[in-house]
Design a binder for this molecule. Structure first.
Ligand SMILES: [Zn+2]
Length: 172
């Protein structure tokens, strides 16, 4: 048995990207919009990796000592377990699981979501954590984007795009 991936058609991709363009906030100050947009196009068009499969993309959030809200997006087959692991890994991470979005291609969706929020200039630069000495990535500040409800809305739109590309099993 083998698998055949049917990617988004060119027309679907163009329609999707026009829409994404319309919902993106104003020009990023840190990243060249053209460059990162090309990365998003490539991430959407690329077939899921062999290791990819059904799962969830989640959003967690925590309040920083300065009162700002820090959000984290990632993928997992079991977001509740991931939250516990995260709490063990870093005792400063008092994250609460806010939303869980099911998808057919969890790794691919995570990559696409991270690209989108990087383009939207809501990505927090990775920093070396004083609690666990790990460089924390995948963190975002989405307050200006309607908080987690806004981020979830975009994630669901991106999920619909990612899941449009179908993975089919054949008897070839
Ligand atoms: Zn840490």
């Amino acid at each position: 048995m083998s698998t055949v991936y049917t990617p988004l058609s060119h027309r679907q991709l163009v329609a999707a990207l026009t829409y994404i363009d319309a919902i993106l906030p104003s020009e990023s100050t840190r990243y060249s919009r053209i460059h990162t947009k090309n990365e998003l196009y490539a991430a959407l068009a690329r077939p899921p990796s062999a290791a990819d499969g059904p799962g969830y993309v989640y959003w967690m959030e925590t309040e920083n000592p300065d009162g700002s809200i820090e959000s984290k997006a990632g993928f997992s087959n079991d977001p509740d377990r991931r939250l516990i692991e995260w709490g063990r890994q870093c005792y400063r991470s008092d994250f609460e699981l806010i939303t869980v979005i099911p998808t057919l291609h969890a790794r691919k969706l995570e990559r696409v979501v991270h690209k989108f929020f990087k383009i939207a200039d809501l990505w927090k630069e990775p920093y070396c954590c004083e609690s666990c000495s790990v460089y924390h990535r995948e963190k975002f500040e989405v307050d200006d984007f309607g908080g987690i409800p806004g981020a979830t809305n975009i994630t669901e739109i991106l999920r619909d795009l990612v899941d449009l590309g179908r993975l089919e099993f054949t008897d070839l």
